[in-house]
Design a protein around this ligand. Structure first.
Ligand code: GDG
Length: 526
């Protein structure tokens, strides 16, 4: 995609805001700086875009309050100086500014753990029984969103030759767009000298991608802060979800949940205060070429052999694989129930196939997550106790971190991937599995509750995660699928993820931004 052209159509500068930072800098006792490279996927993709346009990325400086004390600065240039070996000079053409917000413990608790992850996350995944009452935490969420807005306003001012593009990410920042609009129209920073901020003349385009589902209105109306959330998000010019279903739910919520909105369902727009917000779907993709290279690397090949050896998995045993953050939305417990049913009802698979679950620890400070980890372990033990023999294990479960190459190798080694969330905005693992496939591709088993099902469902084996019996039958089908059929589906899946890869998604979002910006809030053509 021609990002440079799209970006110049969209504006002159690019400011990205996300909860997670793309790089972590750690400062050793000897003063040496070490840098964690961005993980794969979106962060790495955006990092490349940022290098091309010399923009500013604003994020929570997670985990390094000490660094702020050490160097007294919250802004670094990426790639930073003094990080020998960590900058990949091959593609590190260009630098950008990483501006970190240092949050105190109470803010992290209220903004991140309570509102973002115990209210908005379960609400948007329709897990109302898991939503906690947020009380004072709402104040922290509002304050941190205000801090993001201040930082965005300052960054937009630096880039303000024309009208910059501000691109926000996700449910941590729902109030920030409105706060930023408020800043832009007034004197910020409490200078009290009556001078308006330099950004007051600029009219940045605000785009926001929401990476998780938007729930139905009937679910969303359970949220006591629903009006404030909608008011916040309608500060954007463009709001992007993964699939049209979420756009429709958002439009319905905007129609029913906030006074003063005028919603055009056909055009996908909301008029509110003196602004039009355009709501669009753009299904996120994965960096297919990069994953394919990783799957073919020496490291991947080595990992595959070592994994079987270390975990006692016979060379002839077929593998099914699941890869998830340990989150109650991911359906890992239901998946283990389905494997238990498979081995009980279809005994011919005993001794023939092992299910490997990679479970990455996540948000463990939240009780619902700690409980979930226990439930997953209990289910693994139960299936193992029931079916394991001296030379075969039905389930291999690991919480060890696996490198990107190792993961790509594991995908290629597996005869099936089982992606069965009970609800999931998109799910990138489904696409990564297809991207890593080689000459002898496997079968994708995919929940109809994942956004990815809207784009890949036709060629996957579909499951409903709570229908244990149907799920077990689907696993049996997938394991017994004739080679011709398997290849036919794999080819179609591959075509789909190649057409809609990460670059194409970035291009789609930037293209939608350009149309919104050029129509000056009018209705874009798509
Ligand atoms: C949110 C939405 C949406 C996991 N374990 C390891 C590892 N991973 C990587 C996977 C994949 C990523 O983590 C997980 O992405 P998902 O899309 O499955 O899920 P969320 O984290 O919930 O992300 C989701 C996404 O945002 C993007 O918009 O698709 O719906 O919930 O990339 O590969 N990677 C490595 N080692 C591991 O052990 N290297």
């Amino acid at each position: 995609a021609d990002f440079d052209r799209l970006l110049s159509a969209a504006g002159d500068g690019l400011v990205v805001a996300s909860n997670r930072q793309p790089y972590r800098h750690d400062y050793g006792d000897d003063g040496e700086v070490t840098v964690d490279r961005p993980a794969g996927g979106l962060t790495a993709g955006l990092d490349e875009v940022m290098r091309r346009v010399d923009g500013t990325w604003i994020a929570w400086g997670d985990g390094e309050a000490d660094a702020a004390v050490v160097d007294g600065d919250d802004t670094v240039s990426v790639p930073p100086e003094g990080s020998e070996g960590d900058t990949d000079s091959g593609d590190a053409n260009g630098t950008y500014t990483l501006r970190r917000l240092w949050l105190d413990e109470d803010e992290v608790q209220g903004y991140y753990y309570e509102v973002a992850n115990q209210v908005l996350w379960p609400l948007c995944h329709a897990a109302l029984g898991t939503v906690e009452s947020c009380g004072d935490a709402w104040t922290d969420y509002r304050r941190v969103n205000g801090q993001f807005a201040d930082a965005m306003a300052a960054a937009a001012a630096t880039d303000a030759d024309g009208d910059p593009l501000v691109w926000l990410h996700d449910y941590h920042l729902a109030l920030a767009p409105r706060r930023l609009r408020d800043r832009l129209g007034s004197d910020i920073g409490g200078r009290g000298d009556g001078a308006t901020d330099r950004t007051a003349g600029a009219d940045p385009t605000l785009a926001h991608t929401w990476h998780i589902p938007w729930p139905s209105w009937d679910t969303f109306r359970a949220c006591p802060n629903r009006g404030a959330l909608l008011d916040g998000l309608l500060g954007n010019d463009l709001l992007v979800f993964h699939v049209p279903r979420y756009c429709e739910s958002f439009l319905r919520s905007a129609d029913r949940g906030l006074d003063g909105t005028a919603v055009d369902f056909d055009a996908g727009t909301v008029d509110y205060r003196d602004r039009t917000t355009t709501v669009r779907a753009a299904p996120m993709g994965v960096p297919v070429d990069r994953i394919r290279e990783q799957a073919e690397s020496m490291e991947a090949t080595g990992f595959r052999a070592a994994f079987r050896k270390n975990r006692g998995i016979d060379r002839d045993t077929r593998l099914a694989v699941g890869v998830d953050r340990l989150d109650y939305t991911k359906g890992v417990v239901q998946r283990l129930d389905a494997f238990e049913r498979l081995f009980a009802e279809y005994p011919e698979h005993r001794g023939e196939v092992t299910f490997v679950q990679v479970g990455t620890e996540s948000r463990s400070a939240i009780p619902a997550y700690a409980d979930y980890q226990d439930r997953v372990e209990a289910a693994v033990d139960r299936v193992d106790d029931r079916f394991a023999t001296d030379d075969w294990r039905p389930v291999v479960y690991t919480t060890d971190y696996v490198s990107d190459e190792g993961l790509a190798g594991l995908y290629r080694e597996a005869d099936l991937a089982v992606v069965s969330p009970v609800r999931d905005g998109m799910n990138l693992v489904a696409q990564e599995y297809v991207a890593a496939g080689g000459d002898d591709p496997g079968v994708l088993v995919l929940s109809d509750q994942a956004g990815a099902h809207d784009t890949l469902g036709e060629w996957a084996v579909s499951v409903r995660p709570h229908d244990t019996e149907g799920f077990a039958a689907a696993l049996d089908d997938a394991l017994s699928m004739p080679e011709r059929e398997r290849r036919r589906r794999a080819n179609a899946l591959t075509d789909s993820i190649e057409d809609d890869d990460l670059d194409s998604w970035l291009g789609d979002v930037l293209g939608a931004v350009a149309r919104v910006a050029s129509a000056d809030g009018g209705v874009p053509t798509r």
